[in-house]
Ligand binder design. Structure first.
Ligand SMILES: [Zn+2]
Length: 457
């Protein structure tokens, strides 16, 4: 068994350490699942089991994706909602999603995670809020899928409790009672949540959104999170329709509603946060909330441009990137998310609003801080987990762009990593995922997707 691995001759190590050091001609020594040494490669000799020559390669800490719905990889590019905005898109898709089962969740988790690993993700969160009546083992199936893939996982036990009849958006077949939700949340916490350092799985709690969850459930979920010292996650201020909904039904704008519920605090992270005013941003800053910015989904659904540039000026706000579900992104490619975050901010705020290095930070250390796992992920430093990715710069897409190779990762056409190691285990090499069962999973995934979409359109 390989225990000690030396990466030598690395063109550039983008450490994301507190000084944001970039080390030219560096080396990294890994033992088991931990980084033991990082430095300049000066021909120092080590007694190791494996040496990996990284000539022409750039090393980064693995990316951390903080918002996803893995199951939606079954519902990419559904033709009937290609041109729909969020509420219409959801109302239509709920009718298809209500037929999902544990097998579909398992298979889609493997496929969606594989796609993310190929684009450099080594830690992902997921918000799973779909528990159709009569189904069992839904959350357990996605954990099994993540374990198969070997990713560091931060699943959220999502929930929906407010159906159409009671003023919400989802149909009654896919919402649960508050009792069911809280009981199952406690079950999955006890079964899966591992709070230890280098943990491969931590659980968060995630009532889905203001238009699918009761006020009571928001309050009780926060109580449960406090009891087990967990993080909380939800969608917030994604669209203008949501703002109108909140004002009409609750009499408050989305952020004011969170304030009323006691949800503005530092164990919370919100997905999207597009429709914010200056007051909202001040409140986020004061209360230390986390953000998952999902630019591709926001563009695809025409939701708007989140004021990330304004929030980056506030020290109290922790900001990260999320691919969001593949039904509103149609990919789960983190490199594309990084590039879209970079370009979209410039559309609104100008060419000097955000740099390539800024967005790489959001995708690494930014994510670690939002998930509060920065003590062992997010940077390449001694004592951190060995979650490492490599890019081969000697390729067509970077040709002519190497005056600043680190920026080229964002500026040029960069779709895939060449190598990935998660918790000391190599999962991708020479641009290929090492999972031998992947093509069988893709076949199963397509069969399930076709069945679900065809039978319900
Ligand atoms: Zn989402």
């Amino acid at each position: 068994m390989v225990k000690k691995i030396l990466f030598k001759n690395i063109d550039t190590i983008v450490t994301m350490n507190p000084n944001k050091d970039e080390i030219k001609n560096g080396y990294v020594l890994v033992e088991d699942n931990i980084i033991k040494e990082v430095g300049k490669d000066e021909g120092k000799r080590f007694d190791v089991d494996l040496v990996i020559d990284c000539k022409d390669k750039i090393m980064l800490p693995g990316f951390i994706n903080t918002h996803h719905h893995l199951y939606q990889a079954l519902f990419r590019n559904v033709s009937s909602v290609q041109n729909a905005k969020l509420f219409d898109w959801l109302t239509h898709l709920y009718e298809i999603w209500k037929n999902i089962d544990a097998e579909a969740i398992y298979v889609s988790s493997v496929v969606a995670i594989s796609e993310m690993i190929a684009s450099g993700v080594t830690t992902t969160s997921d918000m799973l809020y779909l528990y159709p009546k009569g189904t069992k083992g839904i959350f357990d199936a996605e954990v099994a899928g993540a374990r198969h893939s070997g990713i560091r996982f931060y699943p959220c036990r999502g929930s929906m409790s407010l159906d159409k009849e009671n003023g919400g958006l989802p149909p009654k077949d896919i919402v649960q009672t508050e009792e069911e939700i809280l009981m199952d949340s406690e079950r999955v916490i006890k079964r899966y949540h591992d709070p230890s350092k280098y943990s491969m799985l931590r659980v968060a709690l995630a009532p889905c959104s203001p238009f699918s969850v009761t006020e009571e459930l928001m309050l009780k979920t926060a109580e449960l999170a406090d009891e087990y010292d967990l993080l909380l996650h939800t969608h917030l201020a994604e669209t203008e329709d949501e703002e109108h909904y909140c004002i009409e039904r609750i009499g408050l704008r989305p952020v004011e509603y969170m304030e009323k519920l006691g949800w503005l605090r530092d164990n919370v992270w919100f997905a999207h946060t597009v429709w914010l005013n200056a007051d909202d941003i001040e409140k986020f800053d004061k209360n230390g909330v986390g953000i998952s910015h999902c630019p591709t989904s926001n563009m695809r659904l025409g939701s708007g441009i989140a004021p990330i540039t304004d929030m980056m000026k506030k020290d109290g706000i922790r900001i990260s990137l999320g691919v969001d579900g593949s039904a509103s992104n149609d990919t789960g490619n983190m490199l594309e998310e990084i590039r879209n975050a970079f370009l979209l901010q410039r559309v609104k705020y100008g060419a000097d609003a955000i740099t390539p290095r800024d967005v790489l930070y959001l995708a690494t250390m930014g994510g670690a801080k939002v998930l509060k796992i920065e003590d062992y992920t997010g940077s390449i430093e001694k004592g951190k987990a060995a979650d490492l990715i490599l890019f081969n710069m000697n390729k067509l897409e970077f040709a002519g762009g190497l005056s600043d190779p680190v920026a080229a990762l964002v500026m040029c056409d960069n779709k895939k990593v060449d190598f990935s190691m998660i918790n000391g285990k190599i999962v991708m090499e020479d641009g290929y995922l090492l999972d031998p069962s992947l093509s069988a999973f893709i076949d199963m995934h397509n069969t399930i997707s076709t069945r679900l979409i065809k039978n319900n359109m």
